[in-house]
Design a protein around this ligand. Structure first.
Ligand code: AMP
Ligand code: GLY
Length: 427
């Protein structure tokens, strides 16, 4: 079978790496891909949001399955365009991708189908939003409803901060159209965990949990990023909790989406807070997480291609998925300055040595090739991923590999996985 993966990050490298292992994988293409992906797939220079060119390419190459990584392409309707052209694709269509594309839609779905989440209000009028904040008090959370590349959520400790956030989003339009509407939410405390399931419209196949580190610096300090590292499984997610999440959150979401005439197919990524009152959904993403996908693929011991085909074809009922023992952990190496301004083009050496460490795979998130060398080409640049018996061992292997990478212009956190390691050492 000919496969096309759409996207250019560490997530797409991990997906290509896993798909390439399938006995049914023929020619594997990635659009646009990166220098690491080029090692396992044929990269084609078409942007992930160039819907017409992607459809034309898939038709020309007789692609049997298109796997779409990033949310923007899904929200734009790439899956719809592919299906209209008779091309099989994995991911939600535009009507279902609204679950990530509009937080206002998502929160109303939770309310209508009694899915546990933070109390909220949704507003298009600045004055009404300010009045709501004053009535609720602080701490409180202000969110742009639309897609804002992970930056549209502002945790506010005081009423004044919340009013400033509303001004930035609604008046100064800091996130453009994504801030036409805001969601204002109750502040939840607890431990955060991500949970993933494959969905085929009716049936959900639970995958596994992961925890990511969104803050740029050690000790979970500094600005929010797309994710500086992750590990799987997350020890906080017990089998009992998983059953509760499937029954009270994932199941009702799939039924609700069907009842709304928006059947969901693809991977459902639930961002959850484990509160004193049980698990509550913070948000849904309609795609694999990045870098969470890297640790999921490192652990998966089933044919990913077969699973994605089953999800796309509505055949997940009875499907099973196997996982390797142990913990997978990914350390993201980013360009100095990220998530603010950073330089591109610096030379990266030592990748072969790093990848030679047992259990380690170095996924590329933002690299290019220049004169036979690998150069940085993005904010998050590498995802150094290790699988080992324990979180502590996986962390040690990942940092051993990181230390073999010669890239003075890069940085990483040195404490990825600390929560899981604390738990291990207290048992
Ligand atoms: P989101 O993009 O909605 O996942 O939000 C980004 C981050 O903000 C989450 O990973 C949480 O750490 C935090 N967050 C979002 N909503 C809330 C909430 N209602 N209470 C506390 N923290 C939140
Ligand atoms: N790592 C967070 C995300 O993919 O949204």
């Amino acid at each position: 079978m000919n496969i096309l993966v759409v996207g250019a990050g560490g997530r797409e490298h991990a997906l290509c790496w896993a798909l390439a292992k399938s006995p049914d994988c023929g020619t594997l293409f990635c659009a646009p891909g990166n220098a690491g992906i080029a090692g396992v797939a044929e990269c084609v220079p078409i942007g992930a949001e160039n819907v017409d060119a992607l459809v034309a390419f898939a038709a020309e190459k007789s692609i049997d399955l298109v796997v779409v990584g990033p949310e923007a392409a899904l929200v734009l309707g790439l899956i719809d365009a592919l299906r209209d052209a008779g091309i099989r694709a994995f991911g939600p269509d535009k009507r279902a991708a609204i679950l990530e594309g509009s937080k206002a839609f998502m929160k109303d779905l939770f309310a209508k189908y009694d899915i546990p989440t933070a109390a909220y209000g949704r507003f298009t009028d600045y004055g009404e939003a300010v009045a709501y904040v004053r009535a609720q008090g602080a701490p409180i959370v202000v969110k742009a409803s639309g897609l804002a590349a992970g930056k549209g959520v502002i945790l506010c400790e005081t009423i004044e901060e919340a009013i400033d956030a509303l001004g930035a989003i609604m008046r100064d339009r800091a996130f453009g159209d994504a801030g036409d509407e805001v969601v204002i939410e109750e502040f939840l405390s607890g431990e955060e965990v991500s949970f993933f399931a494959l969905v085929d419209g009716r049936t959900a196949l639970p995958l596994v949990s992961a925890q990511d580190h969104k803050a740029a610096h050690d000790g979970d300090t500094g600005p929010n990023t797309g994710g500086m590292g992750a590990y799987s499984p997350a020890p906080v997610l017990t089998p009992e909790l998983e059953a509760e999440i499937m029954q009270r959150i994932i199941g009702p979401t799939i039924e609700g989406m069907n009842a709304e005439g928006r059947p969901y197919r693809g991977v459902l990524y639930a961002g959850l807070m484990i509160t004193g009152d049980g698990p509550k959904v913070l948000e849904y993403n309609v795609r694999f997480g990045d870098p969470e996908c890297q640790v999921l693929m490192a652990r998966m011991n089933s044919d990913l291609l077969a699973l994605l085909l089953a999800a796309a074809d509505g055949r997940l009922d009875g499907a099973e998925v196997a996982w390797r023992d142990g913990t997978a952990l990914v350390v993201v190496m980013a360009a100095e300055g990220y998530p603010g301004a950073y330089q591109k083009g610096s030379l990266i050496k030592g990748l072969d040595r790093a990848g030679g460490i047992e259990g380690v795979t170095v996924f590329h998130a933002g690299t290019g090739a220049e004169d036979g060398n690998i150069v940085a080409n993005g904010g998050r640049v590498l995802g150094v991923t290790a699988l080992a018996a324990t979180a502590k061992d996986a962390q040690a292997a990942a940092y051993q590999a990181v230390d073999l990478i010669d890239w003075p212009e890069g940085f990483c956190r040195r404490d990825i996985g600390w929560r899981a390691i604390d738990r291990e050492s207290s048992h």
